[in-house]
Write a protein that binds this ligand. Structure first.
Ligand code: PLP
Length: 276
């Protein structure tokens, strides 16, 4: 983490930026967050992230202690105070200090800046191995701090030699990963789920980029079978951008290498981000 942290209106050295143990985030895992990158001092897709952060807060009935304008100013101030051109910003809004350990009170708002370290060039070139895991996120549209299942299954993924899990629902549709969305390519069309997912900002912009590149887009459910038979598959998030999925539980996707549509999108992504 970079040295200066924003906490409830103050900029503090990170060692001093502490929450009380009565916070509902600690006692009950009740809180939300958001994460985005910045480069050359510019926060990437900030308005979309502010939209989503405020919307997550609303869905959990957490009262945002600052206005949208104040939060935007905080981001710029945090970047300036940390003095680094590049990094990632994480907002956290917690349930607050609860006298009975259950009822939310005034939320605590934190903003932290981190050095950015994305996947390696080798990982983009190789593509990701996926393990399918039956799980449905409780409140799909909320960017909750609760990653109980995602963290719990890390040893399982390691044992399977998988990089990430994709969550499969009771209808055998694939929804998303723990911290990423996903897409497939079938006969040149980019297809991605739209219901019961966290609406990733990377997903949103990759779809825009695809349309600009003349690639057709279809937002609809994707079944496990369809994923396994897809020509290409992609996992995407603010940290990853777009990465190829090259195996799903030992089944090769396409020829097991990043496919042509994925490559076109991966190659155009940095340019798209720099000009938007
Ligand atoms: C954060 C997250 C994503 C990806 O969102 P981005 O805004 O693209 O980083 C997807 N799914 C879940 C569950 C997430 O928490």
């Amino acid at each position: 983490m970079y040295p200066t942290v924003y906490l409830n209106g103050q900029y503090l050295p990170k060692e001093k930026a502490t929450l009380n143990v009565a916070d509902l985030s600690i006692l009950r895992g009740f809180g939300i967050f958001d994460y985005f990158r910045y480069a050359d001092g510019n926060p990437r897709f900030i308005e979309d992230h502010l939209d989503r952060f405020f919307s997550s807060a609303k869905l959990l009935d957490l009262e945002m202690p600052v206005s949208r304008e104040e939060l935007r100013t905080t981001v710029h101030e945090l970047i300036k105070r940390n003095g680094e051109e590049e990094g990632g910003i994480r907002f956290v809004l917690t349930g607050g200090y609860s006298p009975d350990g259950y009822t939310p009170t005034t939320p605590n708002l934190v903003a932290m800046a981190y050095p950015f370290k994305g996947p390696s060039a080798e990982q983009y070139e190789r593509g990701m191995a996926i393990h399918l895991h039956h799980y449905e996120r409780q409140l799909p549209k909320v960017k909750s701090i609760d990653y109980l299942e995602g963290i719990r299954i890390q040893p399982l993924l390691k044992a399977k030699g998988a990089d990430y899990a994709l969550y499969v629902d009771r209808e055998y549709n694939v929804r998303e990963s723990d911290r990423s969305n996903f897409m497939i390519v079938r006969e040149g069309i980019l297809i991605t789920p739209v219901e019961s997912i966290l609406h990733g900002i990377t997903r949103l912009h990759l779809l825009r980029l695809a349309r600009q590149l003349g690639i057709s887009v279809d937002e609809r459910a994707v079944s496990v079978n369809e994923l396994k038979q897809a020509d290409e598959a992609i996992i995407c998030s603010s940290i990853k951008g777009a990465m190829a999925i090259t195996t799903v539980d030992e089944v090769l996707i396409g020829n097991g290498k990043p496919g042509p549509v994925t490559r076109r999108i991966m190659e155009a992504w940095d340019g798209y981000c720099a000009s938007n």
